[in-house]
Design a binder for this molecule. Structure first.
Ligand code: HEM
Length: 403
């Protein structure tokens, strides 16, 4: 096995601009073993073809605990009790258990439901800009990028708006935690999240409403329904995956357009380019640095390396999306790019359930922004813009803008 790399993918310098490191890793160590600050080994995959291969290979599994021998399991840190109910979410499952949850969510989270949201998403975007417009400036993440997706998923689920800010704090705490860091300090946060949702479920069981939580309670496939813990895990994953990602695509995409004024001007001149522009922003600055972690269920040979059974694997989505073996001029933002086969929504069985909703939201967000704020500009030096410390999420701490 090759020696672990000395690249510190957890440092703020890497986070500020990981792309030169990705160039070097793709060329020299495309299947790269890294030791985390906590001393855990993990594998980072950086070439497009290898990333696709891992995402489509069912020997890389999500639920590591289900495939460990009793001896290996004894060495694995026990899962804190508070987290157990959330582990029943589809993104942490494999095979038939995963397929079952995915069919149940498809029963409730239908294309019709998403289409129905179009007018409402437009109203939410307009209302947020109405509030900001007179001020001539805003902190874009807090005033626009965050409230839009959380309001959309919150309203779809039927969650009252007074807790959205609380949700932001809960999910930020969860996602800013290192991959192999001890999670003890998060337990009160998770418990508060769980208690809140359980109470809401009780209300919906008593009094069903026209919302996704009520539909998930009713969702049934061949006589099968979600258990209470599965419902909790499903709503939890829809809230976390349903806003953290879209928030950061809107933030990263806006920054990328402001830093590439020719592309911004082109999109303003020809708004019909919005669909290819959005796909290009997903490729160029998608909100996930990597897919969520997978584990080798057996020793697996890939790209001249053997990934030993039980070790963690991260698929480098941001790197794959800039691999010159797949994309011409990958470091260039080109909103007219054709045949853009980016993997910002993943690939294979865990391909993003929310992709159609995310596309609809971001399309409305960018179109509305450009139409209503013709003088949109950065209100800070590019160097002063800080990235969130989370490894998996690629997102901005703050984005001051003026208009
Ligand atoms: C720009 C926005 C989004 C991006 C870039 C994105 C990206 C992804 C990616 C890469 C995965 C696969 C992760 C893996 O394989 O490890 C995924 C899965 C998932 N996403 Fe999204 N997502 C977005 C928005 C959403 C939204 C709006 C929702 C729901 C409302 C959502 C719900 C989910 C769920 C439930 C899964 C798990 C699917 C499964 O395990 O079968 N996502 N997403």
């Amino acid at each position: 096995m090759t020696q672990p790399t000395t690249v510190d993918i957890f440092s703020p310098t890497f986070k500020a601009n990981p792309y030169p490191t990705y160039v070097s890793l793709r060329d020299n160590q495309p299947i790269c073993r890294i030791i985390t600050p906590e001393g855990q080994p993990l594998w980072l995959i950086t070439r497009y073809e290898d990333c696709l291969a891992v995402l489509k290979d069912d020997r890389f599994v999500k639920n590591v605990r289900a495939m460990l021998t009793p001896e290996q399991a004894a060495q694995f840190p026990p899962m804190p009790e508070a987290l157990k109910p959330l582990s029943a979410n589809m993104l942490d499952m494999d095979g038939a258990s995963h397929d079952r949850l995915r069919s149940l969510v498809h029963k409730a989270f239908t294309p019709r439901l998403i289409e129905k949201m179009q007018g409402r998403i437009q109203t939410i975007a307009d209302t947020l800009l109405d509030k900001a417009q007179a001020r001539g400036e805003m902190e874009f993440m807090t005033d626009f990028a965050f409230p839009l997706p959380i309001t959309v998923i919150g309203e779809m689920l039927g969650i009252p708006s007074d807790v959205y800010q609380q949700f932001r704090e809960w999910t930020n705490a969860l996602l800013n935690t290192g991959l192999t860091e001890n999670v003890e300090h998060l337990l009160p946060v998770v418990q508060a999240f769980i208690d809140y949702l359980r109470e809401l479920f009780e209300q919906r069981r008593q009094q069903p409403a026209d919302d996704l939580i009520s539909a998930l309670i009713r969702a049934e496939e061949s006589g099968d329904t979600l258990s209470e813990d599965e419902l909790l895990a499903m709503v939890f994953i829809l809230i976390v995956a349903g806003h953290e990602t879209t928030v950061n695509l809107i933030g990263n995409g806006t920054l990328a357009l402001l830093q590439n004024p020719d592309q911004l001007a082109l999109l303003r001149r020809d708004p019909s380019l919005i669909k290819s522009a959005m796909e290009e922003l997903l490729r160029f600055c998608g909100p996930l640095e990597t897919a969520t972690e997978r584990y080798a269920s057996t020793d697996i040979a890939i790209g001249g390396e053997i990934i030993p059974q039980g070790e963690m694997v991260l698929v480098g989505l941001a790197s794959a999306n800039r691999d010159p073996r797949q994309f011409e001029n990958p470091e260039v933002l080109d909103i007219t790019r054709q045949n853009n086969r980016h993997i910002a929504f993943g690939q294979g069985v865990h391909y993003c359930v929310g992709a159609p909703l995310a596309r609809l939201e971001t399309q409305i967000a960018f179109t509305t922004l450009l139409r209503r704020l013709p003088n949109l500009a950065l209100n800070a030096d590019s160097e002063a813009i800080a990235w969130r410390p989370s490894f998996v999420i690629r997102g901005l701490e703050r984005l001051p803008v003026k208009f």
